[in-house]
Write a protein that binds this ligand. Structure first.
Ligand code: SIN
Length: 298
């Protein structure tokens, strides 16, 4: 008997052979050759995490994973956040939010307007999301794209005087602010209950945040959730937020994702904002989303 054969079989997870290729544009990379149905080693996880920070968004192609595998993979990056709209949780998986335009028996099965304006997911929480993982379930043959803007570049390309104006300032992020605005577009949005309102009190975050993993500065306001900049008169705050929004979504700062079957897209909410217009109801579109909790922005 050799010494090697007396050793217990290795329990270490083998690394997978996969490629990370940047996509054309200001952010994003595509991962091919990785199967999220298989265990992901610590080494592979570190590669994925570094790529997320570097590229802001990762497209994992051909992921035929179950909701359980989706949740398990997401958890490797941190605790998961449970969305306040509990009626759109996937049954048995409160960590999964259904994003969908499908109506069954007269009721929407998911959040149809989750991406109806530019935002960073859960920026209204004291610890906003590190990242979201959105997995395609059913896709339309046309439309249904999701666009992402690079908030590092948005900050870095601001004129020096605007950077000076923003330095040290905070802005208020509010779930209720966005909800009430979207209520005007979406008839299914019943008034929030008091319990739901209490779960998402508005918060203040720095307008310019430092990415906790790269140290790079990013703009951290959005059309969706930022109601105002603290300490500025309302008209000045509105005008500045409008300017920052238009600056952020200049075409050269945006990557538009055309979904393919079984795509899983993982984006960094600390350095991107995203937008997906409502897809008309006859073009069925359903995706499952998890969100990973991040740090208190600094
Ligand atoms: C979202 O904002 O999380 C949803 C994006 C999408 O529908 O593509």
């Amino acid at each position: 008997m050799t010494i090697a054969s007396t050793l217990p079989p290795s329990t270490a997870t083998a690394a997978q052979q996969f490629e990370i290729r940047p996509v054309e544009g200001p952010l994003g990379a595509e991962i091919t050759g990785l199967d999220l149905q298989l265990p992901v080693s610590g080494q592979d996880l570190a590669r994925i995490r570094a790529a997320l920070v570097k590229h802001g968004l990762l497209v994992f192609r051909e992921q035929r994973i179950t909701p359980q595998q989706h949740v398990a993979f997401s958890r490797r990056f941190g605790p998961l956040q449970v969305h306040v709209l509990n009626r759109f949780h996937l049954q048995g998986y409160p960590e999964i939010l259904i994003v969908s335009n499908v109506v069954q028996d007269g009721q929407p099965i998911g959040l149809v307007d989750a991406g109806a304006d530019w935002h960073s997911d859960l920026s209204y929480m004291p610890k906003p999301s590190l990242g979201s993982l959105l997995h395609a379930q059913e896709l339309p043959a046309e439309q249904g794209d999701t666009s992402f803007a690079n908030m590092f570049l948005a900050y870095e390309t601001l004129p020096a005087d605007v950077k000076r104006t923003l330095e040290g300032r905070c802005a208020v992020h509010s779930y209720v602010y966005r909800y009430r605005r979207l209520q005007k577009l979406s008839p299914w949005r019943a008034d929030l209950t008091q319990k739901q309102i209490d779960e998402v009190p508005e918060v203040e975050h720095p307008v310019i945040r430092v990415h906790p993993e790269s140290g790079r500065k990013a703009l951290f306001v959005s059309e969706g959730f930022t109601s105002h900049i603290v300490g500025l008169p309302k008209d000045e705050s509105d005008a500045l937020l409008r300017y920052l929004h238009e600056h952020t979504i200049r075409p050269e700062n945006v990557y538009r994702h055309r979904w393919r079957a079984h795509d899983m897209v993982f984006w960094d909410n600390r350095s991107t904002v995203h937008y997906a217009p409502i897809t008309p109801q006859h073009l069925r579109r359903t995706l499952y989303r998890t969100t990973v909790e991040g740090d208190v922005p600094a």
